[in-house]
Design a protein around this ligand. Structure first.
Ligand SMILES: Cc1ncc(COP(=O)(O)O)c(C=O)c1O
Length: 442
């Protein structure tokens, strides 16, 4: 297949620079295991699990068969006037995996919808308890919660907010980012210990400013994924939990990236031993093959919302495709694979291999100012080019792609987060290709 065999005039591309893409297209036409096949017949290793989704690797027959069977049995069923058997089975499987009393699953179709769903649930829950005045939502600088208006309002990536700032939600604030570039530039499989208290600003300034009794929820990614894999200081999430408990504020973990095994445990909540009030998921729940997202909430939140006459809708929220039977069939097959192949534990083991390799290769390369790894993901941070933010990382990403490795540029970072089936030989290929590209673009 050649570049002229398909017409690129009609699709607006999500996030990549459209004009540059069309000059140098990265069009993928097939995938199996760890590898893509490109339109011009090259093999490219998937170093990023295709946007952190494809944990079990590409082309899993078990998932494809479950989808085919579901399509032949119940293709779709109205989600509002009825439900379907697979939705209940999938919700049970997910709830069984979740920690603590995170037992009630509200399905949606993406991480962005999960963000908006969780924020709306926070407001609905407080209102149901007679605390409708709790409407302040708090996110964190450089946080990413998708592209809905709720998600970008609590999100903290300036570029994503800039064009829409006049229309973002009111009564939103942001905690300070969690990175110490001097003392914790290089972090491998540990939570860095901070001298300063990373949550002092929340306790001493942000909460008093709004008054804690007005705050509905705090939302964080346990590890800042889209910003470039930034790991929280030791004890940070536990203390955040304590602060939320002290003031009756709901804690939301956005586990769209960390959910389903990336850290070697089912969720980051397990890894950090902190149970949030709501946990957002998407991506790996179906191995990326069918759109699905969701919010798992704690038992008491759900019960509090179940008030009023029985025939009246309690939580006025839901999507046409919430609990889509085909998505749920895909999720059930995916969760079976994770269990049968013990893939979460494997992610933890291969994470050490990846982190070791990244630190050994990258530390002394030109322009490298940090390397961070935890679980099966690692980022190398580079000194940016003055006046051209992100350009160096973007050029290195292109170089890697042309040399057969898909990496993810994130600001001045390059991130590797391969499928959990990754082998040491794949890691060697990914890390050496990335290292060579960093040298070339120094
Ligand atoms: C933490 C987090 N939340 C939300 C999202 C948005 O997910 P989606 O692109 O499925 O809407 C992402 C996407 O990468 C994410 O990393």
């Amino acid at each position: 297949m050649g570049a002229t065999d398909f017409n690129m005039d009609n699709q607006g591309l999500p996030f990549p620079p459209n004009r540059h893409f069309k000059k140098d297209p990265r069009v993928l036409v097939a995938a199996k295991g760890m590898f893509f096949t490109t339109y011009d017949g090259k093999q490219v290793i998937d170093g990023v699990s295709s946007l952190w989704c494809v944990a079990a690797g590409h082309g899993r027959e078990q998932i494809a068969n479950a989808i085919k069977t579901q399509l032949d049995t119940l293709d779709y069923a109205t989600a509002f006037q009825a439900s379907n058997d697979k939705a209940f089975l999938a919700a049970k499987a997910i709830a069984d995996l979740a920690p603590g009393d995170l037992n009630k699953v509200f399905f949606c179709n993406s991480g962005s919808e999960a963000a908006d769903t969780s924020l709306k649930m926070a407001l609905a829950y407080h209102r149901a308890r007679g605390e409708g005045h709790r409407s302040v939502l708090i996110g964190r600088e450089r946080g990413y919660h998708g592209v809905g208006f709720g998600g970008i309002s609590v999100g903290g990536i300036p570029g994503n907010r800039k064009a829409f700032s006049s229309a973002l939600l009111p009564r939103v604030d942001h905690m300070a980012f969690i990175h110490d570039p001097v003392n914790h530039a290089f972090v491998h499989n540990v939570e860095p210990v901070w001298e300063v208290d990373a949550l002092a600003d929340l306790e001493n300034r942000i909460l008093p400013l709004h008054d804690p009794s007005n705050v509905a929820a705090i939302i964080v990614e346990p590890i800042a994924g889209s910003a470039g894999w930034y790991i929280p200081p030791r004890g940070y999430l536990k203390r955040l939990r304590e602060i939320c408990d002290k003031h009756g504020i709901l804690l939301i973990f956005d586990e769209v990236i960390t959910g389903f095994g990336r850290l070697g445990t089912p969720f980051a909540a397990d890894y950090f031993d902190v149970v949030p009030d709501m946990l957002n998921f998407a991506k790996c729940v179906t191995n990326g093959v069918f759109p699905m997202g969701g919010v798992i909430c704690r038992e008491h939140m759900y019960e509090a919302m179940m008030s009023g006459p029985e025939h009246v809708v309690e939580f006025l929220h839901g999507y046409t495709y919430s609990g889509h039977p085909v998505a749920c069939a895909a999720a059930l097959a995916t969760l079976d694979i994770y269990k049968q192949e013990n893939l979460f534990a494997r992610a933890g083991e291969m994470g050490t291999v990846l982190g070791d390799a990244m630190h050994a290769e990258m530390r002394d390369l030109p322009n490298v100012i940090g390397v961070r790894s935890l679980g099966l993901a690692a980022a190398v941070e580079l000194k940016g080019i003055t006046g051209s933010p992100g350009k160096r990382a973007y050029d290195i990403f292109l170089e890697c792609y042309h040399n057969g490795v898909m990496v993810r540029p994130a600001g001045e970072n390059l991130v590797l987060a391969p499928p959990f089936i990754v082998e040491t030989s794949h890691i060697d290929q990914m890390v050496s290709t990335l290292g060579a590209a960093i040298r070339k673009h120094s």
